[in-house]
Design a protein around this ligand. Structure first.
Ligand SMILES: CSCC[C@H](NC=O)C(=O)O
Ligand SMILES: [Zn+2]
Ligand SMILES: [Zn+2]
Length: 413
């Protein structure tokens, strides 16, 4: 049997989980699919072993800015023993739930793009603008060897993009979600140093004491942000999140830790996410002065994993109003399928679309999944066959509408 569902299952069966994602097998599969549909294919390898696949459907006016549909090839790992079905089996239950790591994040859209184009072609549709589909590696670990390098390349510039779409997220409700910005991750580490001492001694300024003070302060800040959400004053992705990811201290022994010694060094690592309108300087000041003050013998390092501002100092986000012609076309195209769009949101996590938006290219995050629990990165990730099929229909409408847009200068930022 060769149907959109079995092709989705085939794509889901490639083990693309980190830390050793298989990129070659899914790319061969996609190239076969693309060729059978009649799309041109090109692979580009900016980093050895981490290929990018680019598919193209030439428009009747290739001088107009083109449109891009992106998805990532890789997946996060899965703890198979905690799943009801093996995560790379793509098992389909009687009621149509297809279980696989990547079913929602984001292999669904990777196949839906192709299936919708297959249908558009068989209906004789011909696009005005050139349509590109990209499959990129490494998104789940930050995209630095994937979309970041692609977006900085001459190959990307030559695409002359006017608009792009990338992954979004499922909705348990019956509206489609759409995202106009991503939060930006900062990974930061705070370290405290102090004089070691006997485990029985009470004294000031030990490394642990100073670190724990900061840990408390950060937890309090975390709570204050969370309170805005709980009070209904902000969406979950509109506040700053900060979560501890590791704590490190102590002198190890073969069986555990030296228990009667207060350590001379202690550190904690955090994942911080800033919405685009947050002030990065205020955040840096808080880290320097409150969370890792030198007067408490503390130091810190911050790794910024994306940009909050464009070259003109404006928060990086795609307009979702009438100033952006792509927005109304997209909205109408979704509605033409009987679907409803939820209020546009900022994505709480981070995708490759940040690299595209940074270039000033309007980009929406969208994965057409309604009435579906949000299971990305969770156990037992699944997508229902009917939801997957509806998504193909939605993309047919969206791709045909966007690629038919005649507007000359559609460069919005
Ligand atoms: C450092 S960028 C990280 C990108 C990653 N993306 C998917 O989960 C995320 O943690 O949101
Ligand atoms: Zn994803
Ligand atoms: Zn993911």
């Amino acid at each position: 049997e060769d149907t959109p569902i079995t092709r989705f299952q085939q794509y889901l069966r490639f083990n693309t989980a980190h830390p050793n994602p298989n990129y070659t097998a899914p790319i061969s599969f996609l190239i076969n699919q693309a060729q059978s549909i009649g799309l041109t294919t090109k692979t580009i390898e900016f980093v050895t072993g981490k290929p990018i696949l680019l598919l193209t459907w030439l428009g009747s006016n290739p001088n107009l800015p083109s449109i891009l549909f992106n998805s990532h090839l890789d997946s996060v790992p899965a703890e198979s023993e905690k799943w009801t079905h093996p995560p790379f089996s793509a098992h389909k239950t009687i009621d149509g739930h297809i279980y696989a790591r990547g079913a929602q994040d984001d292999k669904c859209i990777g196949v839906q793009y192709l299936e919708s184009i297959r249908n558009l072609k068989s209906r004789g549709f011909s696009p005005l603008r050139t349509i590109h589909i990209s499959y990129v590696p490494e998104e789940e670990i930050g995209g630095f060897d994937g979309m970041m390098k692609f977006a900085a390349s001459s190959e990307f510039k030559d695409l002359n993009l006017g608009f792009a779409m990338d992954e979004g997220q499922a909705n348990p409700g019956d509206e489609f979600r759409v995202f106009y910005a991503d939060r930006v991750p900062w990974h930061f580490v705070i370290k405290a140093e102090g004089i070691p001492g006997h485990g029985a001694k009470l004294y000031d300024n030990s490394a642990m004491e100073n670190l724990m003070k900061s840990v408390e302060l950060i937890s309090r800040f975390r709570e204050s942000q969370f309170d805005f959400v709980k009070a209904g004053k902000a969406a979950y992705s509109e506040v700053i999140s900060v979560n501890p990811v590791y704590l490190k201290a102590g002198t190890p022994t073969t069986t555990g830790f030296v228990m009667n010694m207060q350590p001379s060094e202690a550190e904690a690592g955090y994942d911080l996410r800033l919405p685009p309108m947050a002030d990065p300087d205020v955040m840096k000041k808080r880290i320097a002065e409150e969370w890792a003050p030198s007067i408490r013998n503390m130091t810190y390092s911050i790794q910024e994993k994306g940009k909050l501002r464009d070259h003109l100092g404006r928060p990086i986000m795609t307009p979702v109003n009438d100033s952006n012609p792509w927005w109304s076309i997209f909205k109408q195209a979704v509605e033409a399928t009987g679907g409803k769009l939820a209020k546009p949101e900022i994505l709480a996590s981070t995708t490759d679309s940040r690299f595209i938006r940074t270039l000033g290219i309007p980009t929406f995050g969208f994965s057409p999944m309604t009435n579906t629990p949000i299971l990305l990165h969770d156990h037992n990730e699944f997508l229902k066959d009917t939801v997957f099929m509806k998504g193909i229909e939605v993309y047919e409408s969206v791709i045909s509408a966007l690629s038919s847009f005649e507007g000359e200068s559609a460069q919005v930022i």
